[in-house]
Design a protein around this ligand. Structure first.
Ligand SMILES: *Cc1c(COP(=O)(O)O)cnc(C)c1O
Length: 384
């Protein structure tokens, strides 16, 4: 594996409003900055997408057949994608590819093996002390490598009142649970009032130590992070941590950084989760700049997920050894604050952190190790 330091890249600053040369140049700023306008005007069909993206005849046939996973892109995020460039790292994440129709024999509809752990409505309880609470099946835009594609945008929609009651009752009667991860779909698409009510009810459960929420709304729909939402997310008896899904530094446009600032100023601790994707961020320089850009936006990188073997995602996946080689390029050459844990998620077996091996071999009294520069060092292996 290479010990070569990544070559730094220059951060790119994306346009801060509907670009003057874009499809949306005539949209009034009041509409452009209104998250409901953004949701209503998402690009979904081949015709709509073809105004900003390259739609080959094969892709049009695939989209028109409508048998694939849900398609939607907010105009805001589409405008960040380089127009008519299928190699754009942002486009690759949200524009369907005919390769989605090719399913490898090891790919799964439920690659994390979550369904057997559905212990109550909306609840996935796989680890002893923490649960997922899946509150909605809707997202602002749909990532092509969605790990819950079997369920997201399926019409299951928002957890109903009775189901939510049953999910929260399960958490309340299970004292082993110390933290609840609110996810979906994207929980920040719930109304601010509904979200505040869920947080109030969770914060009242005495055995919970903190609450987490996973979202990609700050990236796909930063306009949604308005004062009402920040107020709904305000600190309660226990802290709230928000993990923001961000895969590339270009996603951290001025609107996005401002929305993250509003959350941080609102007293919320921010973490980052990034998915390792082929042709998007599978080089050390892009990963390094992405993690520094997240930290500059007050987001501490938490996880780098290996892309799960979701059905039809092979064109977006790298190998695990390529992932480990990237981690080796980052470690030591990059602030430790900017290096997340690299994890694979076993089908049903949970997450496993992977770390490049710096230990060459271990004698009774000496450890032989390699440092980040590739030099061999010896370290005393004595306890007394
Ligand atoms: C990832 C995950 C969690 C949270 O795991 P941490 O390692 O604590 O971040 C909880 N439940 C499920 C089912 C998960 O997949």
């Amino acid at each position: 594996m290479s010990n070569r330091a990544p070559t730094p890249v220059q951060p790119v600053h994306a346009p801060s409003a509907a670009p003057a040369d874009s499809l949306w140049r005539d949209v009034a700023p009041a509409d452009w900055n209104d998250w409901r306008w953004q949701l209503r005007n998402r690009l979904r069909t081949a015709d709509e997408l073809s105004q900003h993206f390259t739609i080959t005849p094969e892709l049009r046939t695939f989209l028109d057949a409508g048998r694939g996973f849900e398609v939607a892109v907010t105009p805001y995020f589409a405008a960040l994608c380089r127009p008519f460039d299928p190699t754009c790292p942002l486009t690759r994440q949200i524009l369907p590819d005919v390769a989605e129709a090719t399913v490898r024999d090891f790919e799964r509809a439920d690659p994390l093996g979550e369904d057997p752990h559905r212990k109550a409505p909306g609840i996935v309880h796989k680890y002893p002390d923490r649960v997922l609470l899946l509150v909605t099946d809707t997202c602002a835009a749909y990532c092509r490598y969605c790990t819950r594609a079997r369920w997201v945008a399926s019409g299951a929609d928002t957890l109903g009142t009775a189901e939510l009651d049953a999910g929260i009752a399960y958490i309340a009667r299970t004292p082993a649970i110390r933290d609840v991860l609110i996810s979906g779909g994207d929980p920040l698409l719930l109304s601010s009032a509904k979200l505040a009510a869920i947080l109030d009810r969770l914060a009242a459960i005495p055995h919970l130590r903190f609450i987490r929420l996973g979202t990609r709304v700050p990236v796909f729909l930063p306009q949604r992070i308005d004062a009402a939402l920040v107020h709904a997310l305000r600190p309660r008896r226990i802290p709230l941590f928000i993990n923001v899904h961000c895969n590339h530094f270009v996603e951290l446009a001025p609107e996005v950084r401002a929305s993250l600032g509003r959350l941080a100023d609102g007293g919320i601790s921010l973490g980052g989760q990034t998915v390792l994707l082929r042709g998007v961020n599978d080089d050390a320089a892009t990963l390094q700049e992405t993690f520094y850009a997240l930290l500059s936006a007050r987001v501490r990188p938490y996880y780098l997920f290996h892309c799960d073997p979701i059905r039809g995602s092979a064109h977006l996946r790298t190998s695990v050894d390529a992932g480990l080689a990237l981690m080796r390029q980052l470690l030591g050459h990059t602030s430790g604050m900017a290096v997340p844990k690299y994890v694979i998620d076993l089908e049903g077996g949970g997450k496993i952190p992977l770390w490049p091996d710096f230990v060459e071999h271990i004698d009774r009294s000496v450890l032989h190790v390699t440092n980040f520069r590739g030099e061999t060092w010896r370290y005393v292996n004595h306890a007394d």
